[in-house]
Design a protein around this ligand. Structure first.
Ligand SMILES: [Cu+2]
Length: 261
């Protein structure tokens, strides 16, 4: 989904292939209610999450959604210490709610980000908080150190470089991810990569997709470029997901963002 891509006529986004919708409706937030079963969350235990999207005007459940990247509903769950990350796709139920089974590994505060596009509305990224009580529960934001070194996952090595080398809040940062080996890299849920960037205090969360995919250096690596604007100064944790030969690779970097002085 590329919310900045606008067209005068219905069609498809030239960048990500998603359906373009005529007109620009008022941006409105659609509240998401989360029901957990059991109600009290326990670390390491199975839990069922049910998501109900409400129409902000009528408070009635929303039933019609646009498909974004092959799915009706994308979900991110991130722990406050920023160690736990999942990107899942809850399934629509007959009553138009969405359901997902998962586990929370440890006691803690979790930010739950629902990404969906109600028909007739605008793309939504709605944050909720869930608390998993237990020993060691903390409410303090994560303290992260910069970590820009190469990361390895299932079957890929990922290197990051940025332009400017030190990202500046409010200005566009080009982020170049170099993927090795450069064979068998394929789309994952409708895009050549997915990024979630979260400020260490979990206030700013950005979900975005590649701007450009190239094979520089004679194809020695695949370069996947994301462009984004970090809203504020401070540390950001940036998760990226790429698929190679059927395996999803999730890696994360800690990116310090400065201000223009
Ligand atoms: Cu995505």
């Amino acid at each position: 989904m590329d919310p900045d891509v606008r067209s005068k006529a219905p069609g498809f986004c030239p960048r990500c292939g998603m359906k373009l919708v005529a007109g620009i409706p008022d941006p409105r937030e659609y509240p998401v209610r989360i029901l957990t079963t059991p109600r009290l969350l326990k670390p390491g235990a199975d839990v069922q999450l049910d998501f109900r999207v409400e129409d902000p005007k009528t408070s009635k459940p929303v039933r019609d959604f646009e498909i974004m990247h092959e799915k009706l509903f994308h979900l991110f769950v991130v722990s406050q210490d920023l160690r736990f990350f999942v990107h899942e796709h809850p399934q629509m139920q007959p009553d138009a709610s969405f359901r997902l089974g998962m586990q929370f590994p440890e006691p803690g505060v979790y930010r739950v980000l629902s990404d969906f596009y109600p028909k007739g509305g605008t793309p939504q990224l709605i944050a909720n908080t869930l608390i998993v009580p237990g020993p060691g529960l903390k409410f303090t934001p994560a303290k992260l150190r910069a970590d820009l070194g190469p990361q390895r996952s299932e079957n890929l090595e990922v290197e990051l470089s940025t332009d400017p080398p030190q990202p500046i809040a409010g200005l566009k940062t080009l982020m170049f991810f170099r993927l090795k080996p450069n064979d068998g890299i394929e789309p994952y849920i409708g895009a050549m990569g997915h990024m979630l960037a979260a400020s260490a205090d979990l206030i700013d969360m950005i979900h975005t997709h590649p701007f450009l995919v190239t094979d520089p250096a004679g194809g020695e690596f695949k370069q996947i470029q994301f462009n984004l604007i970090f809203p504020r100064e401070g540390m950001y944790r940036v998760w990226v997901q790429f698929q190679r030969k059927g395996a999803v690779n999730t890696v994360a970097f800690n990116v310090p963002v400065t201000v223009l002085k």
